[in-house]
Design a protein around this ligand. Structure first.
Ligand SMILES: Cc1cc2nc3c(=O)[nH]c(=O)nc-3n(C[C@H](O)[C@H](O)[C@H](O)COP(=O)(O)OP(=O)(O)OC[C@H]3O[C@@H](n4cnc5c(N)ncnc54)[C@H](O)[C@@H]3O)c2cc1C
Length: 432
């Protein structure tokens, strides 16, 4: 096979594109990931909070996340090769999620956890205080903007409690995790090309024939996969693959702040708190990393992924002020540090892992701020879906079933269809 011919071109080398390269290569496919950035995981993956957790609103969402947990738990074993930069570490610290009216006191979610035999403990406010002595357990919801009357005021009642999940945590370095996947994929025969932008997707007789790069170079492949993160809609349009989709994708701007923890205020584990609209996790150097749970009062900023404000707005300060409701000793630094990046969001905040209307063109997109944790299993299920479709299976008429190796479940990949109805069980937020 010449230099410019592959079995599959994967557009994007983020955590999901790299995972797909590894899984397809292990099936014997000759793959090439093309990324316009200089290294793997430099796109939205690099700024991911990389929280690993299993509490999702839907059964399928939770099943996939629990399966993903086992890959991270034995990351070196899964990769099976060394990386000269070392392995990303899974900080297996657990996660505490508060019960609120907004999340139905987690009743529906816990029913899914029971069905999936995911371990958890229910904690009352006194137990929460034991773990987080610095945490003010009064109720502050519904979430407000700092300028609204009543911001930061509690009616004096306490949270009803929380649920602690031991099978949770975060990945120390999401870019390094992607590099790990790249090295494992290369060991299985995969190729990566960086600083290379896909400018066109070529077809022959209605079927995908390859891609053309911005510098005019042509790469031939009978299969092309869109794993372009926040650029997914642009890449789908390039392929003419957006004609039959009921679910669409858009880029949503997000701010994540890193603040120093006050003395005695460092989080021992991940926290998800919809009463204040913030999720938080430990960050090195006794810092706290705080992201938004997208409360209704916050305006959603849909943007052009090639042209958006990469500096903090009021949102970052709002998140710190919300967190300060819980941690009264939290200082609000004059100059806030953190990251601004994009989610690739679907109409129901559930990803699309699917084929497309164009034969040979596939998509693993719409990861909605919540699929870092699922990347290894997303790579595996996409590789299976692509192999089955290329062998003649009609996935639209008869969705492929995929066996989750660690949890032993068989899931219906029709759940992730581009042509599904909007899933009303979703939280319609980053929680999925
Ligand atoms: C701030 C933030 C916090 C998050 N926190 C969490 C979390 O705690 N837990 C969790 O599970 N998930 C989280 N996520 C979501 C998770 O990080 C993403 O779902 C995941 O990283 C997406 O990976 P990807 O490979 O699909 O996309 P990306 O990493 O965005 O990769 C896509 C790549 O495609 C390339 N590309 C695009 N267009 C082209 C083109 N035309 N030619 C060549 N290359 C192209 C880009 O350069 C990019 O590198 C978070 C996301 C963000 C932004």
């Amino acid at each position: 096979m010449g230099d410019n011919r592959y079995d599959a071109v994967i557009i994007g080398a983020g955590i999901i594109g790299a995972a797909l390269a590894l899984e397809l290569s292990r099936k014997g496919w000759k793959t090439l990931n093309v990324d316009k950035l200089p290294a793997a995981g430099y796109g939205s993956t690099s700024n991911s909070c990389a929280i690993i957790r299993t509490h999702y609103s839907t059964f399928d969402g939770a099943a996939l996340a629990y399966e993903g947990y086992f890959y991270w738990k034995d990351w070196a074993g899964y990769l099976g090769v060394e990386d000269e930069r070392g392995f990303a570490l899974f900080q297996d610290c657990g996660c505490l999620i508060m019960k609120t009216e907004k999340n139905g006191n987690l009743r529906g979610m816990l029913a899914n956890m029971d069905a999936l035999r995911i371990p958890y403990e229910e904690w009352d406010p006194a137990r929460i205080k034991q773990a987080y002595p610095f945490y003010d357990t009064h109720q502050y919801g519904p979430v407000r903007l700092p300028d609204d009357p009543g911001f930061g005021e509690s009616d004096g009642s306490e949270l009803t409690g929380g649920v602690f999940f031991p099978t949770a945590g975060y990945i120390s370095d999401p870019q390094l995790a992607t590099h790990n996947l790249q090295r494992a994929a290369e060991a299985a025969g995969a190729a990566f090309r960086f600083n290379a932008t896909v400018a066109a997707i070529r077809k022959d007789g209605g079927r995908v024939a390859g891609v053309t790069l911005a510098d005019g170079d042509e790469i031939d492949a009978p299969v092309v996969v869109n794993v372009a993160g926040p650029h997914s809609a642009i890449v789908n349009a390039m392929a003419g693959a957006d004609t039959d989709m009921t679910i669409t994708t858009r880029a949503l701007r997000q701010e994540v702040v890193h603040v120093p923890a006050p003395p005695g205020g460092a989080f021992p584990f991940v926290a998800s708190d919809s009463d204040i609209g913030v999720y938080a996790r430990p960050e090195i150097g006794d810092h706290i990393l705080a992201g938004s749970e997208d409360p209704e009062c916050d305006e959603r900023e849909w943007v052009d992924p090639d042209d958006y404000n990469q500096s903090f707005s009021k949102q970052a300060e709002t998140q710190v002020m919300r967190l300060a409701q819980r941690i009264p000793a939290l200082g609000i630094p004059n100059s806030l540090k953190g990251v601004v990046d994009l989610y690739d969001v679907t109409d129901d905040w559930i990803p699309i892992y699917d084929r497309s209307a164009v034969p040979g063109f596939y998509m693993a997109i719409g990861t909605s701020g919540n699929q870092f944790k699922n990347a290894p299993v997303a790579g595996a299920l996409m590789a299976e879906l692509i192999a089955r479709c290329e062998a003649g299976h009609d996935h639209d008429a008869d969705p492929v079933r995929f066996h989750l190796e660690h949890t032993g479940l068989d899931i219906d990949l029709g759940f992730y269809s581009r042509r599904r109805e909007v899933n009303q069980e979703s939280s319609f937020s980053v929680l999925g």
